[in-house]
Design a protein around this ligand. Structure first.
Ligand SMILES: Cc1ncc(COP(=O)(O)O)c(C=O)c1O
Length: 411
């Protein structure tokens, strides 16, 4: 390890799990209680209250995007893949049709889950590319029972246009299940305006809680379509919804993880969702501009309503370097980031700005990427990268910040 790296704390920039605050970490150390105790019910209620806000108030003007009581936030004893499977398995059966939108690993995961429970029609484009909305419009017919989509595709750093797909499903019978795993808690998400029936998120992403549990928001419309008879036993949503009324889960709750989640969502409220979303956008803009100014190419091919993510930045690895040299040089500087998944391994690297990162952490990430690229033999201008990233934070020109948001969100 270099002398400088040894002097700097470990910095986790992977797209989940993300760093925890001391309060979130320490609450897991409290003496154990029963998951059927009043003490746990109170914790569950705090977590649920905070989740309600994240699911329904993730706007820039603190506007609610679902009426009070229009849905229920649930906490699941498993990561978001369990939530994705619960959504599909509770809402459709063998002869029913799911239209699955796939432009990355997690869109593909939703489709693969649906393959096990229903008939699946995929709308698929290359990973990192935008959907053609005409293709989506054509695929969704009166025979469609459920549409699945990933909002922020973590594998490619792309923000998909949930709102435009919601307009297509609007007025029809098909339900709309959206994976908001790496957007909820870090970016705008509108349940009602976008026509979302079920939204899913993971604890260890933008909520900045530890991994192991997840959350989902189930609207009344979706709840009316659940079928406890055919649902998987452990993730029977009717049962979960019933138990949630008394602030419990059907089976033994992951008590320490729920405690940590309760603190994490309260910290989100303390920061304020609008401010948190703005901070995420600013920090992602700093990563994007920093990497671009040093001479690296952004990975996803965004177009129209599909834009680059505000929580995960995916960047191409230059052809002239050996990826392993770059990742080793990053690690030697006490920073952790991610490579590409599946066939994108060796093609891209990814950094996250989800959670409670300070602007200095982002600047360190940009600097370390510049240094590691140079060490691996890439021709980059690390200093130009750092300067561009710093300029995003230093600018108090409203227009500049506004531009960073619009550029990033396609609003
Ligand atoms: C977009 C997205 N969906 C779903 C998941 C769920 O993954 P897991 O169940 O492994 O936490 C992830 C995790 O990286 C993700 O980024």
């Amino acid at each position: 390890m270099t002398q400088q790296a040894a002097a700097e704390d470990f910095l986790l920039l992977n797209p989940g799990p993300v760093p925890l605050t001391d309060d979130v970490r320490q609450t897991m150390d409290a003496p154990m209680v029963s998951h059927r105790s009043a003490a746990f019910e109170e914790t569950y209620e705090r977590a649920q209250r905070g989740l309600d806000r994240v699911f329904t108030e993730s706007t820039l003007d603190s506007r609610r995007t679902a009426a009070e009581g229009a849905g229920t936030s649930l906490i699941l004893n498993g990561t978001a893949t369990m939530g994705m499977e619960a959504a599909v398995a509770n809402l459709v059966g063998k002869s029913e049709e799911v239209v699955a939108l796939v432009n990355g690993k997690f869109g593909r995961r939703f489709a693969r889950i649906a393959d096990r429970y229903a008939e699946v029609k995929r709308v698929e484009v290359e990973w990192g590319q935008a959907f053609d909305l005409e293709d989506v419009r054509e695929a969704i017919t009166e025979k469609t029972d459920l549409v699945t989509m990933v909002h922020n595709e973590t594998s490619t750093g792309i923000l998909n246009p949930v709102s435009a797909v919601g307009e297509i499903t609007e007025g029809g019978d098909a339900l709309f299940a959206v994976d908001g795993v790496t957007s909820l808690g870090g970016d705008v998400f509108c349940i009602d305006d976008w026509g979302v029936d079920v939204a899913i998120t993971d604890a260890q992403k933008a909520l900045a809680a530890p991994p192991g549990i997840s959350a989902m928001y189930v609207t009344e419309r979706a709840a009316d379509r659940t079928d406890g008879e055919r649902a998987p036993f452990y993730s029977d949503l009717e049962w979960h919804l019933r138990k949630a009324e008394s602030n419990q889960t059907p089976f033994t709750s992951a008590v320490p993880l729920v405690r940590a989640l309760a603190v994490a969502v309260e910290e989100i409220e303390d920061e304020g969702l609008a401010d948190r979303i703005r901070r995420h956008r600013r920090q992602a803009a700093a990563f994007r501009r920093g990497f671009s100014a040093m001479g690296l190419e952004g990975f996803p091919e965004t177009e129209g309503l599909t834009v680059r993510s505000n929580t995960v930045t995916a960047t191409e690895l230059p052809a002239e370097i050996e990826p392993a040299d770059f990742f080793a040089a990053v690690e030697a500087r006490n920073v952790s980031l991610s490579g590409g998944q599946a066939h994108l391994g060796g093609e891209i690297f990814r950094v996250s700005n989800m959670g409670t990162l300070a602007d200095e952490d982002v600047l360190r990430g940009v600097r370390v990427v510049g240094e590691a690229m140079a060490e691996a033999g890439a021709e980059v201008d690390g200093e130009a990268g750092c300067k561009a990233a710093r300029a995003v934070f230093a600018s108090d020109d409203e227009r500049d910040r506004e531009e960073a948001s619009v550029e990033a969100a396609g609003e």
